[in-house]
Write a protein that binds this ligand. Structure first.
Ligand SMILES: Nc1ncnc2c1ncn2[C@@H]1O[C@H](COP(=O)(O)OP(=O)(O)O)[C@@H](O)[C@H]1O
Ligand SMILES: [Mg+2]
Length: 311
């Protein structure tokens, strides 16, 4: 069972002026496993919303195919098992939190007795019970997003699509949303979210894909994508001096700071040679750490590289 699978999914928005056609997705192949939080990252215009809209049947692919919860997206019945929080959603501002959920619950076919229990449960889950009778025009952005999340899961979906769920939300509000998403995952839900907020996504996604101009550039765990292969930081228990550096001339050592230095090696054998050399010279190694870049650094490098290649 896969939660989402796309096969050469392509979307072109045609315009009456041919040169203005937009290729929003290009031969996209992506798989999302059940019970995971998957983050689709990319700058504005990358095609993230288009992908969600195709998977939900709101717009149609130009070519290629896709399935959700093992059913072809053309089978509309599967959508009853899916939840969706659109980008910058809006509800009528005179409604209260409770009445928004009652409205969506009724649309989902719940009867009155069921709805009351469901609304109590959801308001408790998204921590809005105190504001249930407050008109949503007085809600903060974070409260609106939490209400949107409650709306997205009112049909108890297996797969939840969230389009920019934390956009415009302050840090505390973002943490609340993050905790909520982790809680939903623990309940066995699969979550697919779009975001351009990287430092955040890094904190709670199992896997991420990076997209630019409709093209999938990379996919993997955050750990896989941010590890700088063969670059290590070595820490000794005594200062690494200029004469130590001369001693270690065979290695590409840089960034020396007190007891520590960085080194780039060709392979693990070379790393072990470095360790041997240090130890032969009575150096005590305190730690060797594989270097990482942040997801944001990796993302910016990747997008710049992709843009550069195109020029
Ligand atoms: N309905 C539409 N008609 C024409 N072009 C569109 C439409 N929707 C999106 N686009 C274009 O497709 C590209 C991808 O947009 P979108 O999927 O909204 O990206 P993202 O969500 O990553 O910001 C953009 O260049 C956008 O202008
Ligand atoms: Mg978007």
């Amino acid at each position: 069972m896969t939660s989402i699978s796309t096969n050469n999914l392509t979307k072109i928005y045609y315009s009456s002026f041919k040169r203005k056609n937009v290729q929003a997705l290009s031969n996209l192949n992506l798989t999302v496993q059940p019970g995971t939080i998957f983050g689709l990252l990319g700058p504005n215009g990358a095609g993230k919303t288009t992908l969600i809209k195709i998977l939900l049947g709101i717009t149609f692919p130009t070519s290629g195919s896709a399935s959700i919860l093992n059913e072809d997206i053309k089978n509309y019945k599967i959508r009853s098992k899916v939840g969706y929080l659109p980008e910058s959603h809006k509800y009528p501002s005179y409604l209260t939190g409770e009445s928004v959920l009652r409205f969506f619950g009724r649309m989902n076919g719940n009867d009155n007795t069921n709805i009351k229990k469901e609304i109590d449960y959801l308001l408790d889950l998204v921590k809005l019970e105190k504001w249930r009778k407050t008109k949503i025009k007085n809600y903060s952005k974070g409260m609106m997003q939490r209400l949107g999340l409650a709306q997205a899961i009112i049909n108890n979906p297996d797969l939840i699509f969230l389009d920019e769920p934390t956009d415009g939300v302050d840090p505390i509000g973002r943490k609340e949303i993050r905790d909520l998403l982790i809680e939903l995952k623990q309940k066995g839900k699969t979550i697919f979210l779009n975001s351009h907020l990287l430092t955040e996504v890094e904190l709670f996604t199992d896997r991420v894909a990076i997209m630019n101009k409709g093209i999938l550039l990379k996919e993997g765990t955050v750990k896989e994508l941010t590890e700088k292969k063969e670059e290590y930081q070595v820490q000794l228990d005594s200062e690494f001096t200029e004469s130590d550096r001369t001693l270690m001339n065979d290695f590409s050592i840089y960034n020396i700071k007190g007891n520590a230095f960085d080194v780039k090696v060709e392979n693990p054998v070379e790393l072990n040679k470095l360790i041997d050399k240090l130890r032969e010279n009575q150096k005590v190694i305190k730690s060797i750490i594989l270097q990482k870049e942040t997801l944001e650094e990796m993302f910016i490098n990747l997008i710049e590289e992709a843009e550069g290649k195109k020029k």
